[in-house]
Design a protein around this ligand. Structure first.
Ligand SMILES: Nc1ncnc2c1ncn2[C@@H]1O[C@H](COP(=O)(O)OP(=O)(O)O)[C@@H](O)[C@H]1O
Ligand SMILES: [Mg+2]
Length: 393
């Protein structure tokens, strides 16, 4: 491969100037045009009623997809495999044409605008770095094809490497770097071009667990520092909960609910969202749409609850448990402990209650120091919900 070919390859897979099939010249030209396209940075994003149908597909990959992102915000798209997360990201980047809807960045309609003029940067699961270039050369690359002079681009690239904590590794070839370091370089390269929007498609999934946690916290710190509007795609709920300003839970090509992590967890708008994020118990209840009676206790219901529901979703930490021997006439359901898990600060108790017909598994979570003394596997217990709003489904 000639250097030009190699650069073109990077440009194809690289964040700034992803293009369907560019030659080296078109990439360079496109990149210069990006520079001239002096639209302001830090734009918010609107994807309005977007439909995407892949050629030959029967189902829509995006089905009336709507997403609004504030400038500087980090939104995570969360959902199982195949729900359309990557398609949403690629459509926003301009890598996919859409069949309906509009996409705006900074209030500007970019629906028909080609990928190289949207001024977005993308980081993929695969590192997609040029292995025979140093970290610094990789980061400089996007600036070079924009025609930036050597001194200035070196300065800017070093700044970004510093931001990702790799200033001392600038001269190292990326093929000699660990996965985590390579992904840091990819991030630095993406940020170096000062994108209006940063797009991260499962950037951590190729890394091992420890590095994943480290880098996820770091990505959030860097994003806050750079103030770049960011869309982060993942199927990992913990990742989503820890980095997001808001999480959009995706299902079948659209966002089922979008909210800040706490709201999403405490006030899920659907059964899908409630069960996708965190643990939940499915308990039998008598409901009227506003209130339920679960295990003899009254529980307020979330607005999204079904009126004629007979199941109430109760989080493990929203249940109280006591030993049957000293229940003090607590109203609740009787059960038997199957398992006690100590999780350090927290404890989780799995039990089975004999509610109505058959046996029902129930999980209770509580601070470990509030575990009733003497509670162990086989203990007879009474369990009841707290009066905290729950979803009836
Ligand atoms: N290039 C493609 N051609 C045809 N179908 C595709 C293509 N890419 C994705 N799909 C389909 O579109 C749907 C959404 O895919 P994708 O956006 O990759 O989901 P996710 O990133 O959430 O796993 C899936 O049903 C997938 O099979
Ligand atoms: Mg994907």
């Amino acid at each position: 491969m000639t250097l030009a070919d190699q650069k073109a390859t990077i440009a194809r897979t690289s964040e700034a100037f992803v293009n369907a099939n560019p030659s080296a010249e078109t990439v360079t030209r496109a990149a210069r045009e990006v520079l001239n396209d002096s639209a302001e940075r830090g734009g918010g994003v609107q994807m309005l009623n977007v439909d995407k149908i892949y050629p030959g597909a029967t189902n829509k990959a995006l089905d009336n997809f709507n997403l609004e992102i504030n400038p500087g915000e980090m939104v995570v798209l969360l959902g199982g495999s195949g729900c359309g997360k990557s398609t949403a990201l690629r459509s926003l980047a301009g890598l996919e044409d859409i069949q309906a809807g509009r996409i705006l960045v900074g209030g500007q309609d970019v629906t028909g605008v080609p990928v190289n003029k949207r001024n977005m940067a993308m980081v993929f699961q695969a590192y997609s770095l040029f292995p025979h270039m140093t970290a610094l050369q990789n980061v400089e690359f996007g600036l070079e094809i924009r025609g930036m002079g050597k001194t200035e681009r070196r300065k800017q690239a070093m700044e970004k490497l510093e931001l990702v904590g790799l200033a001392d590794q600038a001269g190292k070839y990326t093929q000699q770097m660990s996965g985590g370091q390579q992904q840091r370089v990819a991030l630095a390269r993406a940020l170096a071009v000062n994108p209006r929007v940063l797009l991260l498609d499962e950037p951590l999934s190729a890394l091992d667990a420890k590095v994943r946690v480290q880098l996820r916290d770091e990505i959030r710190r860097i994003q806050l520092e750079a103030g770049t509007t960011t869309v982060f795609v993942t199927h990992d709920q913990e990742e989503a909960l820890t980095v997001a300003d808001r999480i959009g839970v995706m299902n079948h090509g659209c966002i089922e609910q979008i909210a800040d992590p706490q709201t999403l967890y405490r006030r899920p708008g659907s059964e899908y969202v409630a069960t996708f994020i965190g643990l939940t118990n499915r308990l039998p209840g008598i409901t009227n749409g506003e209130e339920a009676v679960v295990f003899g206790q009254r529980v307020p219901l979330l607005e999204a609850s079904k009126r004629d529901a007979s199941t109430v979703l109760v989080r493990p930490e929203n249940l109280v448990i006591t030993l049957a021997a000293n229940d003090g006439n607590m109203v609740g359901e009787h059960g038997r402990v199957d398992m006690v898990h100590f999780l350090g600060a927290l404890a989780r108790v799995d039990l089975t209650v004999a509610a109505g017909v058959g046996h029902l598994p129930v999980t209770v979570q509580l601070p470990a120091n509030e575990l009733p003394a003497g509670l162990t596997v086989g203990s007879e217990v009474v369990v009841a919900p707290r009066p905290i709003a729950a979803l009836a489904v």
